[in-house]
Design a binder for this molecule. Structure first.
Ligand code: AMP
Length: 312
């Protein structure tokens, strides 16, 4: 059974100190799907407009992503995001967000999409995330990502959506902002008190921290000398993380086990590191599983960290 993801399917215009791109394929669900597709079958849910062409769809389909649950809205325009980064690539500055077809989207969700065992609610309106969560009753492990825009404009519905999932992945600054706790340990506890058993605090180039039950683990980012565009790093991390978890679940392992979650963090870091090497989806779309395993081996050598392999 494929993993289901809902989130933005977008056109992104992005400027970084290393270049710029206009209306390239992006969106939380797209970055997530491409990363997760190396480990498991992925089904993506979301609307697109008339401007979303065969080339964009082809990027997903070439990676084997199931696109049957993408709804084309006649006369509509695809979600659009414009942002830029200064020399601190850990901070994205949003210049424009146009929800377009997402504004009144009510997902139909095929039977297959509803039966997913692993569900990722990628960054999009929290009310929509919660609606999709409510329709996927069989999911064993559900995870959610969000951002400062929704914390600031839709806080109540975001807290409600968080209450319905097992795991939240957010930037450390967003966890502090949401919980109004300056200390990350306290902020993660406060977030877990809203419902989720697992919290992943993403820390940009510095890696990510895992809180599950009483346990804590931190993993560095894979050190890179050339980073061109960090857009989608968080979603690629989530794709590596949940894709690996789905693989372990398929092998009969308990995905709530702290050791399994720690190992999933390593795949998250590796996928995020590939994503930032080029603009948008350019690097991940040409990636191979062999390149992922090679970088993972290097990452394990540097960090002295053991990861159990999964086969696809
Ligand atoms: P990240 O992984 O956090 O860098 O997310 C990058 C992606 O988030 C971009 O490809 C954007 O299209 C998408 N995005 C930006 N703002 C929003 C928003 N308000 N809702 C949903 N997706 C967004």
């Amino acid at each position: 059974m494929a993993l289901t993801v809902v989130g933005s399917i977008a056109f992104d215009s992005v400027r970084t100190p290393f270049g710029e791109r206009d209306r390239m394929l992006g969106g939380s669900a797209v970055h997530f799907s491409l990363a997760a597709s190396f480990f498991t079958e992925v089904r993506v849910v979301g609307p697109v407009g008339d401007d979303f062409g065969a080339d964009e769809l082809g990027v997903l389909e070439t990676r084997g992503v199931i696109t049957d649950d993408i709804e084309r809205v006649a006369g509509g325009e695809t979600f659009f995001w414009r942002g830029h980064y200064d020399f601190d690539l850990n901070v994205a500055h949003t210049d424009d967000t146009q929800l377009n077809v997402f504004a009144d989207f009510d997902p139909k969700l095929s039977g297959e999409a509803r039966r997913a065992q692993i569900l990722f609610l990628g960054n999009i309106q929290p009310a929509l995330q919660q609606r999709v969560r409510g329709r996927c009753r069989e999911a064993e492990f559900t995870a959610l990502d969000s951002m400062n825009l929704w914390i600031e404009t839709e806080r109540e519905s975001l807290v409600a959506a968080i209450g319905d999932v097992d795991c939240v992945l957010l930037n450390d600054a967003e966890i502090r902002e949401l919980t109004e706790q300056p200390n990350l340990a306290r902020a993660a506890r406060a977030l877990m008190a809203m419902g989720p058993r697992v919290v992943v605090a993403k820390r940009g180039e510095y890696g990510a921290a895992l809180f599950s039950g009483d346990e804590f683990f931190a993993i560095p980012g894979y050190l890179l000398e050339d980073v061109r565009d960090p857009t989608g790093a968080g979603d690629s991390f989530a794709g590596g993380f949940l894709g690996y978890l789905d693989g372990r679940r398929g092998a009969g392992d308990n995905v709530f086990d702290h050791t399994v979650l720690r190992q999933a963090m390593a795949y998250g870091s590796v996928l995020a590191s590939f994503n930032v090497e080029d603009f948008g989806t350019e690097r991940v779309r040409s990636l191979t599983r062999e390149q992922i395993e090679e970088r993972l081996r290097d990452f394990r050598r540097i960090t002295h960290f053991e990861v159990e392999p999964i086969t696809m």
